[in-house]
Write a protein that binds this ligand. Sequence first.
Ligand code: UD1
Length: 380
Amino acid sequence: MIRLLSVVGARPNFMKIAPIVEELKKFPDIEHCLVHSGQHYDELLSGNFFSDLGLPVPDVNLQTGSGSHAVQTGEIMKRVEPVLIAYKPHLVLVVGDINSTIAAALTAVKLGIKVAHVEAGLRSFDMTMPEEINRKLTDALSTLLFVTEQSGVENLKHEGVPTEKIFLVGNVMIDCLLRHRQLAARSLLLDRLGLRQNGSAHRPYAVLTLHRPSNVDDSETLEGILRAVSAIAIELPVLFPIHPRTRKNIESFGLLNYLSTDEAPGRVGIVPLDPLGYLDFLSLNDHARLVLTDSGGIQEETTVLGVPCLTLRENTERPATVEYGSNQVIGVNPDRILEAAHSILQNPVMPFRRPPLWDGEAAPRIVAILRQHLRLESRD
Ligand code: UD1
């Protein structure tokens, strides 16, 4: 029996692990332990995702919660170590680039347990991003590096990682999207928001998400973005599911005036919403005329949905979304945001391509490689 232990912690991890958990069920010779670090603990950021994605209740919840980077990372390490010692996994699987990812990887390798990293090799080359630090360190610690796009392979090779550790497998986040798209089409969110009448045509609308510290922790930057988006929102409503960190800052910086207070369905302006579950958010993006975001995963999802995406950052660690997909990385200058949005809204949407291997089959590829690696290992 092969024992595998996965650690997830925050919203963007859950859709990456879901297709792998599903695939693992096919193999009775693998025992899988799912650990939730508790980095995200709100129902809206965590619980809803487990139910939407059909994920089992985690076998262990470390209930770490929020804190500074050092406190959060250190606390996850302290709490996951006894779990690893007791369960004795043959391999620890981590996904993405959050504090839970590096904390689990570092704890495992120090115990002599091998680590596999899903979504390895992505680089923004911006070490002020906490995620970039987490990505580089996690990759340096991992034995198996599962990569979503060719740029990741090149980055790892540049860093001197031996090619036999690198596997270009495609994108588990896209596996998840393709598997849930039909289910998401049943979401009634668009009807509730007055964006679709009786299941018929959609009104044009845009979607905004913001949570990067560099955008939301600085009052001038956040105000500049909201000012630009409120000018766009004169033309079409902009739906804005708000991350708790962003909501707190909008309130404390006195920027609530940028949000629409009109309760009528079909309103215009920037329409504030609570964070959405996976299926509701997928249905919202699937029919959007335009998405503005600073998220990494949403750049990938809009690429596959064929929805124009403006990334409000100076860089992306996911260049395939620009090369093949619908993404433009435009920064946070308000004039530039307005100009890019107008150009999209005034032109018809062109068809986009999908990056190679973003075909819904990444999880089976990953599990096949894991099985082969672990079976070979146990023979040694
Ligand atoms: C984390 C990840 C980021 C990911 C994002 C998705 C790191 C370094 N960052 O950022 O890569 O894109 O998740 O959301 O790991 N909070 C709540 N409820 C919760 C969790 C957080 O209210 O359930 C609030 C707390 O005030 C907390 C703040 O959000 O201090 C930030 O949470 P944290 O987990 O530290 O990072 P995120 O900004 O969510």
